[in-house]
Design a protein around this ligand. Structure first.
Ligand code: AHR
Length: 643
């Protein structure tokens, strides 16, 4: 970086079929540090989540047993296998012995015809691409069992290597006999245990008879020790983003293709034995519903995020024949019940339910989104459906911020959710999408966006596209109020991904952030509370792929810190002049955080989780007028202080 004089170059370029001579100046970014362009919403950066790419089951939700309720496949107990050692004989099969007082409708029957002191037989679960075995950890295992009269005995619960040769820990459950009962044991690994992402969980016996198993569960320690809680490593990554809100439960997962497979919040409450589970037909795998409505709320509490709750509004993912008129009334009521469940005090019907389930304090939800992507409603019923929800919600909760999931004209929504999925090439145009956007309409909530370069998680090119796009959102913070990348998660194992270009990847054992994750972390932790008036010269605005530098300027008005973000999407160094018009002098020393790599296809992965990560350093030579060198293919945040 060094102070330079503005260069005047004589260049030639081809335009409109004519060869023109033109004077090209170096790029100048002019900042009016004391002129506010808009207030930045404290929830400007948030998270969007749904059950896709094994986001909860096999992802954030810490349950380690796959197909724990035996409901994933009606024909076969997927992910369960029979373990036989020595002379043991027997077989296992799905069954549906009634289990009163629960929502569980299927179980696994184990018939043991031969077993003895030297021969064990049992059932084994391989988890979500392996049971992760970590050092020095305590696991809580539980299951329901029922036996026939012949069985009167002892079960052995073990954490083992995939081939059963190593037993990491075991627990004995004695007196397992008679009708359905829940059994709970703890298992612990040692400081010296060899770690693996590929363990298995086994319940076995050395006695004969018949045993039925149901709802088999295994939890490692969770974030804040929440029962039925979340994986610690992934929560740590999320906390790093300082998210202001959580948009949930979808996405397509809210809607589904069949009405019975939508996210039916009432069926996701209470003890996991009370949850019937459902087919996630949006993304083609079964959902345990372990991540239910109250778990979403706990997740928000843990990360201090505002919940942005989407409610089903009659449009299925089939996008045809939306539910309308009188038939829609029950879904409007369902949304009102849900809000009462979350916000009502214990004297209300649904507030009392919440209190009974262990959360007496109302959650105080402030944002409700009606539907998902209702621009797909070709029957043109959207305006009428939105009106029904909007009027009913506002009548009962006048302060509730109601978000429309598509443009609506019948009512003025508080926010409109707009989605942008794009390639790197399309990013430059989108970076200017909101520059001339109507200021009189609903405020903008970019509820899903992603520059989909790279797979399973996005690479540096994706991060550059995302960053260019986000500078456009920050510059227009007077109208754009909230934004979140989608999809948030992907299980990187074969078969784990339904949608490529995700933010955070993991297997059963470890997790990592994509370059775009790190870019978002840079943006959300260097934001302030206002966007600042600024302009850029000598860059073709609104433009095409030839635009090389994207920027935004925001400010923390309390500390007088300016955050200049510059995205150099070109493969050469860019040296714009930065001019800061400020009532105060600019401190010469500042901080830069730079995300870059040699190749735009460079990325992060399970094996190389921090290949592309930002580096922060102290810089000198800043002032009211300076030139700065921005590396090729880089995202830079300059933290500049007013004296
Ligand atoms: O993020 C993946 C999907 O993209 C979401 O479920 C849906 O809302 C959008 O079309």
């Amino acid at each position: 970086m060094k102070r330079t004089i503005c260069l005047l170059l004589l260049t030639l370029f081809f335009c409109g079929g004519k060869l023109l001579a033109q004077e090209a100046k170096s790029t100048v970014i002019s900042i009016n540090a004391n002129e506010k362009a808009g207030d930045i919403c404290p929830q400007f950066y948030g998270l969007m989540t749904e059950e896709i790419n094994y986001s909860y089951d096999g992802g954030l939700y810490a349950e380690l047993i796959r197909n724990r309720a035996f409901l994933d496949n009606a024909k076969y107990p997927d992910h369960w296998s029979l373990v036989k050692q020595g002379n043991a004989e027997g077989q296992m099969a799905l069954d549906s012995i009634e289990q009163k007082g629960t929502a569980l409708t299927r179980n696994l029957r184990l018939d043991i015809t031969a077993a003895d002191g030297n021969s064990r037989i049992g059932i084994s679960n391989d988890g979500f691409w392996g049971i992760p075995i970590r050092k020095n950890k305590r696991y809580v295992a539980s299951f329901y069992a029922k036996t026939n009269r012949d069985f009167n005995g002892t079960l052995l619960v073990t954490l083992e290597s995939a081939d059963g040769k190593v037993v990491f820990d075991s627990a004995i459950v004695s007196a397992v006999f008679g009708d359905w009962k829940k059994y709970t044991v703890t298992l612990a690994t040692k400081k010296t245990t060899d770690t693996t992402c590929n363990g298995r969980f086994v319940i076995s016996t050395r006695e004969k008879g018949i045993i039925w198993f149901s709802l088999v569960s295994l939890f490692p320690p969770t974030t804040n020790n929440r029962p039925n809680g979340n994986r610690k490593d992934i929560m740590k990554l999320l906390a790093g983003l300082h998210p202001g809100f959580l948009r949930f439960p979808g996405g397509n997962y809210l809607q589904s293709r069949k009405i019975e497979d939508r996210f039916d919040w009432k069926k996701t409450l209470g003890d996991i034995s009370q949850r019937p589970t459902h087919d996630n037909d949006s993304w083609h795998y079964h959902s345990s519903d372990g991540m239910g409505l109250m778990e979403f709320m706990g997740w928000c509490e843990d990360l201090k995020m505002q919940p942005v709750l989407a409610v089903f509004d009659g449009l299925l993912l089939t996008k045809i024949n939306p539910i309308t008129g009188d038939s829609l009334k029950e879904y409007v009521q369902d949304a009102l019940d849900e809000i009462e469940f979350l916000n009502g005090d214990a004297s209300t019907k649904w507030g009392a339910q919440r209190a009974k389930l262990g959360h007496p304090q109302p959650y105080n939800v402030k944002y409700i989104e009606v539907g998902n992507e209702d621009w797909f409603d070709k029957a043109k019923t959207w305006d009428a459906r939105f009106t029904m929800f909007y009027d009913a919600i506002k009548a009962k909760y006048p302060d509730m911020q109601v978000i429309s999931s598509a443009h609506v004209t019948s009512r003025m929504a508080d926010y409109e959710d707009i989605h942008h999925y794009f390639s790197f090439k399309q990013a430059s145009k989108l970076a200017h999408k909101y520059d001339n956007y109507k200021r009189t309409d609903a405020k903008v909530f970019v509820g899903e966006y992603a520059c989909r370069e790279g797979s399973p998680t996005t690479n540096l090119l994706g991060a550059l596209g995302d960053a260019a796009f986000l500078t456009g959102l920050e510059r227009n913070a007077d109208i754009v109020k909230m934004s979140c990348f989608a999809p948030l998660f992907v299980n990187v194992n074969p078969g784990g991904m339904q949608w490529k270009g995700d933010l955070i990847g993991y297997n059963s054992f470890s997790s990592y952030g994509s370059p775009s994750y790190y870019m978002q972390k840079m943006f959300s932790t260097n934001l302030g509370n206002e966007s600042v008036k600024s302009s850029i010269s000598n860059v073709p605005l609104g433009a095409d792929t030839s635009e090389q530098v994207f920027y935004s300027v925001t400010k923390d008005s309390k500390t007088g810190t300016l955050f200049l973000k510059v995205v150099n999407v070109s493969d050469s160094i860019q040296t714009p002049v930065i001019e800061i018009n400020s009532a105060k002098e600019i401190v010469a020393e500042g901080k830069e955080t730079v995300l870059w790599s040699k190749k735009v296809t460079d990325t992060n992965s399970i094996d190389d989780p921090e290949n592309v990560t930002p580096v922060t350093s102290i810089v000198k030579g800043l002032g009211n007028h300076f030139t700065y060198h921005f590396k090729p293919h880089s995202v830079t945040v300059l933290k500049i202080l007013e004296k």
